[in-house]
Design a binder for this molecule. Structure first.
Ligand code: NAD
Length: 310
């Protein structure tokens, strides 16, 4: 048996279902309509679940230790911050991500948010729907500098699209092995976070959530940004100190921010950031396109079967 937790997993799609059937595995789907809790995962997986295809649900040490038959955890997407990979390793449970399946979708959302915040599209739509024909002054992106924090799969897709929009692109990623992609596309590389934040008109975050990146954007790093700068976060809520972001936006030390992710999802309805016109958000929808969910479903299933065979 295989537990499949993501709500968006395309259950009627033929390929993943046939792959599981051919391997003699029975899928059990999360029917709660939301992210599962640790106890719910344990409850449904205790008997005979050998693999889990997981979204953002918690695969903690507690879950891993309570499932004796579990051999593999296959991430439906990228980012293993919800999986205790260290404990999995100790228990000889394999973990693999579905790399390369949703990078285009997340990059396209980042570009969408860039225009949305620069041209104040959500605010203008809300005004017009209220019966007002008031215009809200925006900014062009052509000729502006986009700073990318993290230049992995998604960061590079964003960079290519930004170059196509005639933007200058500068990246900060201390783990880059090879600079040929950046040279080829006329993308500058900075050796410091401060160096990128200080020159950027837009900053977009594309790093994983780890102990090292927790609150990467905080009061100090926000102070390096130009007051005219816009911040875009399609990575993880944990990267941004939301209190510091609120203060920077309120005090006009930052022009605007757009987030697809929050430290707590969904954010409480009384969250202070939601009061600000200069702040817009989407509901962790970066990978939620028909194309990406189909790619993620096939890849996560293939990864699971390959781990179970090893
Ligand atoms: P990736 O592993 O290909 O790239 C991450 C890059 O960040 C790597 O190049 C790495 O060297 C760099 N990095 C790590 N720590 C850094 C630091 N401290 N400073 C600067 N760079 C650093 O991952 P990806 O596919 O590009 O995904 C990036 C993140 O996007 C994921 O970890 C995930 O959190 C997030 N994501 C969000 C959605 C969504 O729905 N919004 C969907 C997919 C992924």
């Amino acid at each position: 048996r295989v537990l499949i937790t993501p709500k968006s997993f395309p259950r009627t799609m033929t390929e993943p279902a046939e792959l599981l059937k051919a391997a003699g595995l029975e899928p059990i789907y999360n029917t709660s309509g939301r992210t599962m809790t640790e106890d719910e995962i344990i409850e449904v997986s205790r008997q005979g679940v050998v693999g889990i295809i997981v979204g953002v649900d918690p695969i903690s040490a507690h879950v891993l230790e309570d499932l004796p038959d579990l051999k593999a955890v296959s991430k439906y997407g990228m980012g293993t911050d919800n999986i205790d990979s260290q404990r999995a390793k100790e228990l000889a449970i394999d973990v693999r991500v579905a790399a390369g399946t949703n990078n285009v979708s997340v990059a396209e959302l980042a570009i969408g948010l860039l225009f949305a915040i620069a041209r104040k599209i959500p605010l203008t739509v809300a005004e017009v729907k209220k019966g007002s024909w008031q215009r809200v002054m925006g900014n062009e992106v052509t000729g502006k500098t986009l700073g990318l924090i993290g230049a992995g799969q998604i960061g590079r897709e964003v960079a290519l699209r930004a170059r196509g929009l005639c933007m200058n692109v500068i990246v900060y990623d201390p783990y880059l092995q090879d600079d040929s992609f950046f040279k080829e596309h006329h993308i500058a590389i900075s050796s410091s976070l401060e160096g990128v934040l200080g020159v950027s008109d837009f900053v977009s975050l594309h790093v994983p959530a780890t102990a090292a990146t927790h609150h990467l954007i905080n009061e100090t790093t926000l102070s390096y940004c130009k007051p005219s700068c816009y911040l875009i976060n399609t990575s993880r809520g944990e990267l941004v100190d939301e209190e510091a972001l609120y203060n920077a936006l309120l005090n006009k030390k930052l022009a605007g921010a757009a987030q697809d992710v929050f430290s707590i999802e969904p954010p409480p309805s009384n969250h202070k950031l939601l009061e600000l016109d200069s702040f817009i958000l989407t509901s962790h929808t970066g990978a939620y396109t028909q194309e990406a969910v189909e790619r993620m479903a096939v890849k996560a299933t293939e990864n699971l079967l390959s781990m179970l065979k090893e």
